[in-house]
Design a protein around this ligand. Structure first.
Ligand code: GLN
Length: 192
């Protein structure tokens, strides 16, 4: 499977590495034309306002919406999750508005800017290692969204059909099972 990583800003190389470890082909996506060559797209962590700005500048908003309409899987991690959301509870303008959820940015406050934990994720047999950095939380989800994990009662992993989102960085550890899970989503879509 060819898995693209949106390479406008943020943790791109780390995702490419995890995709490789998980048995996929990782591709840095810098131009909209490249979306035609990939089976799934990861929107990495970084700074969502910056990623959103660059997506508008390089025409990625419409292009990624079309990619999604074709049923191709998209995985947003941390800032990438914010970019996928239909709504931001800060009242800021949302970006792609693809996934039916309301998201809070920087939801853990200053005391817990960054931490690691083991997290149970539905569909993965044992807990995965998750790194949270100035992470967002999913406050509310629509009826079509499946909650895959919570941390201290708050939603941190969710899936809506071909869309996957995590509050944390799964690419900053050697545990690549969430990437494997995503590659499986791309494979299922390809064979359906
Ligand atoms: N705090 C960042 C934002 O709001 C996200 C942090 C991250 O991706 N690690 O965009």
């Amino acid at each position: 499977m060819n898995i693209g990583v949106l390479a406008l800003q943020g943790a791109v190389a780390e995702h490419i590495r995890s995709i490789r470890l998980a048995g996929g082909q990782g591709i840095e996506v810098k131009r909209t034309e490249q979306l035609a060559d990939i089976d799934g797209l990861i929107i990495p962590g970084g700074e969502s306002t910056t990623i959103g700005k660059l997506m508008r500048k390089y025409d990625f908003i419409e292009a990624i919406k079309q990619f999604s309409e074709a049923g191709k899987p998209i995985f947003g991690t941390c800032a990438g999750l914010i970019v996928l959301a239909k709504q931001l509870d800060s009242g800021e303008e949302p970006h792609l508005k693809l996934m039916d959820m309301t998201v809070s940015r920087n939801a853990f406050g200053r005391q817990r800017e960054s931490f690691e934990t083991d997290l149970e994720v539905k569909g993965i047999d044992t807990p995965i290692r998750a790194v949270f950095i100035r992470a967002p939380l999913i406050r509310e989800v629509g009826a079509q969204v499946d909650i895959l994990s919570t941390y201290e009662g708050e939603i941190v992993t969710a899936r809506q059909g071909h869309l996957l989102a995590s509050s944390y960085h799964p690419e900053l550890t050697d545990d690549y099972r969430l990437h494997q899970y995503f590659i499986e989503m791309a494979r299922e879509r390809g064979s359906s």
